[in-house]
Write a protein that binds this ligand. Structure first.
Ligand code: FAD
Length: 392
């Protein structure tokens, strides 16, 4: 019997992890990526919980560690930049995790360590899916024992094939990420301002001699805005935010890799239909509000390949059963948490800062540290059948 063939749509963390592990377990693998070339951009993501074990099994712990963003801790600051509180960052899953890495560096590390024989085709997408056949946008007809859709939160193929099952939950928060020049005031810490009007400003060091900036604001909808309009909206909202907001606004205007996101959870009752399955943000986007999206994406590739050792039908059920508790754990936070994280009034901000002080006190710090423990489980990863393994 010939090798089974998987078509994977999307060459970011979930898609590349699936490619890595399916190839390792003997599949023929074709990856389709909509972009014309590999997408390097993106800001800070981290590797937490059981994702560290997957990374280790990939043999990539050292390679990812070498890309560490150099961040040493996380502090809350006020409108004049004075430190108000420091979040616990001890241990592998602190606010600043042991593995802090830029999304692009992370995805490229997986790309560069894919086992031999994975075909990646840029500028090509899924056009049509019928029984065991995927027709691509360039007219290629691919036999597909399995189609893995790993196209991120706004996945078009998911919407086409699972549209009736997609529950989108807009969290009412817009985020704009970008890279800005580093200045003498930047240090090795993640500095985080929360201020009135449901606004946050973040500055984080990176390992490329620049600074990663992020603006987040409630009750703005950037979904239908292009880059220029999204930045204009931010300029409007952050003009009087204080601290380094103006520098960030100016820096974003010329940043090469602005990423705009309207935080939207994706919830679905199932993640597979026939021979098609979803992975990563396309299946369960948890948003930065939940955290751990990159970790879950990485883990999903391993769990999928290991589960499929039991055949496709049973394997896809087993994949879902293993992944769902990890996803639920991150998605099911109480809605009032958004109001606490993004206070609108002066009174709300004052209460929030008092809470920050208490939560980062010596007494409550161990409890606070639990908020950043995501993708954590005491279950062991499903085993891979070594007989199928192919060398990296
Ligand atoms: C360029 C980029 C920058 C990002 N920056 C940040 C950031 O700054 N902060 C943050 O928290 N998260 C960011 N993210 C999201 C973050 O990577 C994900 O939340 C998380 O890592 C899960 O990854 P994923 O592989 O499921 O999805 P994603 O990382 O979103 O990757 C999806 C991939 O699928 C491709 N794709 C989309 N549609 C199609 C299609 N129809 N056919 C084929 N391919 C398709 C995309 O080009 C992309 O390569 C970014 C994602 C990308 C793609």
């Amino acid at each position: 019997m010939g090798a089974r063939h998987a078509v994977i749509s999307g060459a970011s963390i979930a898609g590349l992890s699936a490619a890595f592990w399916l190839r390792r377990t003997g599949w023929e693998v074709t990856v389709l990526e909509r972009a014309g070339e590999f997408r390097d951009g993106g800001q800070n993501v981290d590797v937490r919980g059981v994702a560290r074990e997957v990374l280790d099994r990939m043999g990539l712990t050292g390679a990812v560690k070498a890309q560490n963003t150099t961040e040493t801790g996380t502090v809350f600051v006020d409108e004049r930049g004075r430190v108000l509180a420091e979040l616990p960052s001890g241990g592998p899953d602190g606010a600043t995790a042991e593995f802090e890495v830029l999304r692009g560096d992370f995805a490229r590390t997986i790309l560069e360590h894919l086992p031999a024989g994975v075909e990646i085709s840029y500028g090509e997408t899924v056009a049509e899916v019928s029984d065991e056949v995927v027709t691509t946008s360039s007219g290629r007809v691919l036999n597909a024992d399995l189609l893995v859709v790993a196209e991120g939160v706004r996945s078009a193929t998911r919407d086409r094939l699972f549209g009736d099952l997609v529950d989108r939950r807009d969290l009412g928060i817009a985020m704009v990420f970008g890279t800005i020049p580093r200045t003498a005031s930047d240090d090795s810490r993640w500095r985080w301002l929360t201020t009135t009007g449901g606004r946050q400003v973040h500055l984080r060091p990176d390992n490329h001699g620049t600074t990663r900036a992020m603006l987040a604001v409630t009750s703005a909808d950037v979904t239908r805005l292009d880059r220029a309009d999204a930045l204009a909206e931010m300029r409007d909202r952050f003009a009087d935010a204080g601290w380094e907001a103006r520098r960030v606004l100016d820096g974003l205007d010329t940043s090469a890799d602005v990423y705009v996101d309207q935080l939207t959870q994706i919830r679905m009752p199932v993640w597979h239909r026939g021979r098609v399955c979803l992975a990563g943000d396309a299946a369960w986007c948890v948003t930065p509000m939940g955290g751990g999206g990159a970790s879950l994406a990485l883990v999903s590739g391993y769990v999928l390949a290991a589960s499929l050792e039991h055949g496709i039908e049973n394997g896809l059920v087993a994949y879902e059963e293993w992944m769902r508790p990890l996803v639920d754990d991150v998605q099911n936070f109480p809605r009032w948490l958004v109001r606490v994280a993004y206070p609108r009034t002066r009174l709300g901000l004052r209460l929030r800062r008092l809470a920050d002080k208490a939560m980062t006190s010596r007494l409550l710090s161990p409890l606070t540290a639990k908020f950043t423990q995501v993708a954590a489980t005491d279950r062991t990863l499903p085993p891979l059948v070594a007989a199928h393994s192919q060398g990296a």
